[in-house]
Every structure is written in structure tokens, then in C-alpha cells.
Write a protein that binds this ligand. Structure first.
Ligand SMILES: [Zn+2]
Length: 52
């Protein structure tokens, strides 16, 4: 049974370069980031990924 990592959807404090991997704060693996437009700019979150 697969389960999402707790870091999925975690908002990142900084803005990494687009289309670059970031490090998940929960599992420490390299993950893709999801960038969405927000009222005050861009909101960068960790893309959903499975737990180890
Ligand atoms: Zn993770």
C-alpha cells in the first residue's frame, strides 16, 4: 500500500528556480516543486510524492 510522504504539499519558504528539484523537508529526497500563482506572488509547494 502506497502512502503520500508527509512533505507532499509542503510550502517552501524560498522560491527555487522553476523546473528544478528541491529537497523534501520530510524524506530528504529530491522532489519536484509545484508553482502556483497567489495574491502576493508565487506559492511554491512540494509536489505530491510517495513515502519511502
Ligand atoms: Zn518527501
Amino acid at each position: 500500500m502506497s502512502q503520500d510522504c508527509a512533505g507532499s504539499g509542503h510550502e517552501l519558504p524560498q522560491e527555487p528556480p522553476p523546473n528544478e528539484a528541491a529537497t523534501c523537508p520530510e524524506c530528504g529526497r529530491e522532489v519536484r516543486v509545484d508553482v502556483a500563482e497567489a495574491d502576493d506572488g508565487q506559492r511554491v509547494t512540494v509536489e505530491r510524492h510517495q513515502a519511502v
